[in-house]
Design a protein. Structure first.
Length: 163
């Protein structure tokens, strides 16, 4: 199991990634409520994959300003090699100066057995392979980088215990 320091460091790194990709005007916006204040601190908006994935399906790729999301899912398969050229191009286009190192993807199961392939940062992939067994549920923290015909392109940067 991971410790609180690892989660905090991963969240700080992920928040820095989002801040680099955000226009200067959006970095200083004040939160409108206590809930949005907590969300702004975490930098990860909670989503339900059952509605998030279908809503992100588009006929062509649409690159987004990377934004943090968190969700619960079951590990359906351990990380495996994955080409990430388009992801790296999208991050470069959005001026992310320190993009995550991505060479693998992970298969996640959610809802009634639907699956999602997500990119995964190398450090998170190594930790996932050591700490989590296929079939176990976790809370995943990821960046939503672009949408395409299969749904959102997510980069998992960390994970923790599912609530």
């Amino acid at each position: 199991m991971h410790n609180a320091r690892e989660i905090l460091l991963a969240l700080l790194a992920a928040t820095a990634l989002a801040a680099q990709a955000a226009p200067a005007a959006t970095r200083t916006a004040a939160p409108a409520s206590a809930a949005s204040a907590a969300e702004a601190i975490d930098g990860f908006r909670e989503v339900r994959l059952e509605t998030f994935v279908p809503g992100a399906r588009t006929p062509q790729r649409i690159i987004l300003r990377p934004s943090g999301v968190q969700f619960d899912a079951e590990l359906a398969a351990l990380p495996r090699p994955q080409k990430a050229e388009y992801l790296q191009q999208a991050l470069q286009l959005m001026h992310v100066s320190e993009p995550p190192r991505v060479q693998q993807a992970v298969l996640l199961r959610y809802g009634r057995g639907e699956t999602l392939v997500a990119y995964i940062d190398e450090a998170a992939a190594q930790r996932l392979a050591r700490e989590v067994k296929v079939g176990e549920k976790r809370r995943f923290y990821a960046f939503h980088v672009y949408n395409y015909s299969r749904g959102p392109a997510l980069v998992v940067t960390s994970f923790g215990a599912a609530p």
